[in-house]
Ligand binder design. Sequence first.
Ligand SMILES: [Cu+2]
Length: 146
Amino acid sequence: MGQQRRVLALVTAVVFLGGCGGGGGGHGSHSSADRVVNVTMRDIAFDPSAVEVKAGETVRFVFHNEGQIRHDAFIGDEAAQAEHEKEMKEAGSDGKDGHGDGHGITVDPGDIGSLTHKFKAGDSLIIGCHEVGHYAAGMKVAIAVS
Ligand SMILES: [Cu+2]
């Protein structure tokens, strides 16, 4: 019994940590995602660079950083991307605390991170990397909602 409780606590902690970075939308319950989309992070690009989702669908994006440098993934519309780009520049590149609204994650080389989002009709969203210079270099995923 004691052993089971410990395992459960550990699992809960992992789910919490994993969901926490994504913030807001998902509330950490990964099991509620309708679909998982794997995205590879490279130096400097996302692969794939375009993803199609359906309105009403909750998608968990799992980012695999296969590059040599740190990347991040921030979900938002064009305006939010521009604002976040500005924030990250002002914050320098010292990492996770630079993410204001909590719709972004930072993934170290060799690491995996996830972001869960529920899409609605009319959403015009992008996932962008805002490590200095990356977004400008085109490190983004265009999301088409149908
Ligand atoms: Cu990047």
